[in-house]
Design a protein around this ligand. Structure first.
Ligand code: CP
Ligand code: NVA
Length: 300
């Protein structure tokens, strides 16, 4: 059985810690201009049913920098887009490539794909989780502050795929997470239960950011929810991360957003473009974190 990465919970705390340290190491090697080809000759398949800028480019550049190559497949180009079963696609692709990253809608589709793949499968975003992004987010926090254990993290906005992955990260890395979302837009309740005392879901953003070391938000309507955009704009009124809200967090609190962002909706321009924002490091770290992840899945 290959090792898959379908959610953060596929890793132990120790493994996650090891991947994060390796990501920081690989970033240093790249900064020093040292080529490092640990995945020479390996082929990464990218099966993407949703749009992507960062995830696609970080995976393609990452595998190339490690000596391998990538093949990008959108539904427009593949038979998957014409109804070929996921199971058959997984069986065939995994005989031809060494590792596969999938971006799709249902987590179940990803799990079906993984069950029929003979090579490691990575979750490159589903409606349920976005674990690669949270790897990069935690890497960014660790670079800035040394470690994340015990930190106070506030999630403001939709209880979406990113929020669910932050809940898993809080469990694995032992930080406190306060989620502030409008009623009816909360994260997966099972995950919240499993996280115990570390995660609290409330409806008041001010309480959530009080004393926070890190404030994170994301779009109010994720990919696939375009028709809900208007209703969501109303429901999330009062949940914008602006400088007024940030004044309740620690003065040096970091601000993250996985991007793409809508300035003036979930986050004010003065915050995302302000001094506490680490969004560009966060985006860059997708590259380093996923290189470390691919090494881990392929080389152990
Ligand atoms: N943050 C993120 O996953 O961006 P893309 O949708 O551009 O890949
Ligand atoms: N929650 C967003 C993240 C985009 C990277 C979405 O799923 O569209």
């Amino acid at each position: 059985m290959p090792r898959h990465f379908l959610s953060l919970m596929d890793l132990s705390s120790e493994e996650l810690d090891r991947i994060l340290r390796r990501a920081i190491e690989l970033k240093t090697l790249r900064r020093q201009g040292q080529p490092y080809e640990s995945l020479k000759g390996k082929v990464l398949g990218l099966v993407f049913e949703k749009s992507s800028t960062r995830t696609r480019v970080s995976f393609e550049s990452g595998i190339f920098q490690l000596g391998g190559t990538a093949i990008f497949l959108s539904p427009r180009d593949t038979q998957l887009g014409r109804g070929e079963p996921i199971e058959d696609t997984a069986r065939v692709l995994s005989r031809m490539v060494d590792i596969i990253a999938v971006r799709t809608f249902g987590q179940e589709s990803l799990e079906t794909f993984a069950r029929h793949s003979t090579v490691p499968v990575i979750n490159a975003l589903t409606d349920q989780y976005h674990p690669c992004q949270v790897l990069a987010d935690v890497q960014t926090f660790v670079e800035q502050r040394g470690h994340i254990g015990g930190a106070n993290v506030a999630w403001i906005g939709d209880g979406n795929n990113m929020c669910n992955s932050f809940i898993n990260a809080a469990r694995l890395l032992d930080f406190n997470l306060r989620v502030a979302c409008p009623a009816g837009y909360g994260p997966d309740e099972e995950l919240v239960k499993l996280a115990g005392d570390r995660v609290r879901v409330i409806h008041d953003p001010k309480t959530a950011v009080d004393g926070a070391d890190l404030v994170v938000t994301d779009v109010w309507a994720s990919m696939g929810q375009e028709t809900e955009q208007r209703a969501r704009m109303d429901a999330f009124n009062g949940f914008q991360v602006d400088s007024m809200l940030m004044s309740g967090a620690k003065a040096n609190a970091l601000v993250m957003h996985c991007l793409p962002a809508h300035r003036g909706e979930e986050i004010a321009a003065e915050v995302i473009d302000g001094p506490n924002s680490v969004i560009w490091d966060e985006a860059e770290n997708r590259l380093h974190a996923q290189k470390a992840l691919m090494e881990f899945l392929l080389l152990g």
